[in-house]
Design a protein around this ligand. Structure first.
Ligand code: FAD
Length: 323
């Protein structure tokens, strides 16, 4: 079987390595030229929950080699919350490891030359039909050094949030994403307690993230093309994490390689909670606060990644995001 994988990001590189390890030999991997210094866009360092992340990465390599930092506490709008299940990992290095010595080709794929084409192109969704109600948030992020310990925090803003992820040592990944505000001129200026920040910028880039949910990102297939990861909306619409789901999609596709209808059904079933979260996101975009069931869906998601946040606090965060 001749296979093309479009996109050597989290989902494409993972599926590539899994297929190679399963004995598939005729696979061409494609990506576009990257101009940012880490060679990975989006770099996105947060992974959770730890056990499932490790279990999936262990299918392709030793996850411990890529671990950067775990944190017991995350601050949400200045309030500390216990967190037991989240870590940062060196995603650019992990992707390089999964690709190994394989050639990453550039240029457009001719799907007629392959038995199967995998669309793992993330936000681009280059080989599947466009999505009607696509919600794409714009992001600006920095990798910085700081002499001062900055911690792990999120700060909500208009239909989006600012984040600071510790990368180990004195390094941090700080950024902002929003569906409404123009974030291109963002610069990290204050810490979680609104004190002035003094950081040394190592690199900066812009990127975007699809918050549409799988349900609204259909179809997942067209002719011999099938999508995985963010190309089919496998990203939490409110929290915007997608690294784990990129790998999960790869696994679901492996399990249902001969039955793509079953693959689609499994994706829709597993990520039905994202469809519910998206309803909350749409309310935020209209300047309204999500309903209690929508807030509880988000709370359930955060709980599944080890963040024990109270319902009242979730509602306060969402209210702030709706302003
Ligand atoms: C700023 C930011 C921060 C994030 N932080 C986190 C986080 O901390 N934790 C988390 O879990 N998730 C995070 N996410 C989401 C997460 O990064 C994505 O959900 C995940 O990377 C999706 O994996 P993917 O392989 O489907 O897509 P991507 O990782 O986006 O990979 C798509 C690949 O396709 C390539 N490509 C694009 N067009 C084409 C084309 N025409 N032909 C060939 N290749 C193409 C791209 O160059 C890229 O390499 C973040 C997203 C952003 C934007």
């Amino acid at each position: 079987m001749k296979i093309a994988i479009a996109g050597a990001g989290m989902s494409g590189a993972y599926l590539f390595r899994r297929l190679i390890d399963e004995g598939y030999k005729d696979i061409d991997l494609f990506d576009v030229k990257k101009t940012n210094s880490c060679g990975c866009r989006p770099c996105a360092w947060g992974f959770a929950p730890v056990a499932e992340t490790f279990e999936l990465i262990a299918k392709v390599t030793d996850p411990a080699r890529f671990e950067m930092q775990r944190s017991d506490v995350i601050s949400f709008d200045g309030v500390d919350v216990r967190s037991s299940n989240m870590l940062t990992m060196n995603k650019p290095a992990l992707i390089r490891e999964m690709i190994g010595h394989a050639e990453v080709k550039e240029g457009a794929i001719d799907p007629t030359k392959y038995d199967r084409v995998i669309d793992a192109t993330g936000v681009s969704r280059a080989y599947l039909p466009p999505i009607k109600d696509d919600h794409i948030a714009q992001c600006t992020q920095y990798r910085v050094r700081s002499e001062q310990a900055l911690g792990f925090w999120f700060r909500t803003s208009t239909v989006g949030y600012e984040w600071c992820f510790p990368l180990g040592g004195d390094e941090y990944h700080i950024g902002i994403g929003s569906l409404k505000s123009d974030v291109r001129s963002y610069r990290p200026s204050t810490d979680k307690d609104d004190r002035e920040l003094s950081v040394k910028v190592q690199c900066k880039c812009h990127s975007s993230v699809r918050l549409t949910s799988p349900f609204f990102s259909q179809p997942f297939m067209k002719d011999n093309v099938v999508g995985i990861g963010e190309s089919i909306g496998a990203v939490a619409p409110l929290a915007s994490d997608g690294n784990l789901y990129a790998m999960q999609c790869g696994e679901m596709l492996m399990e249902n390689w001969e039955d793509l209808d079953r693959y689609s059904e499994q994706v829709l079933k597993r990520y039905d909670w994202m469809r519910k979260e998206r309803r909350g996101l749409e309310k935020l975009m209209e300047g309204r606060t999500p309903s209690l069931p929508e807030a509880l869906t988000m709370r359930g998601h955060l709980k599944s990644v080890g963040v024990e946040i109270k319902t009242g606090q979730i509602i306060r965060l969402l209210r702030n995001m709706s302003r």
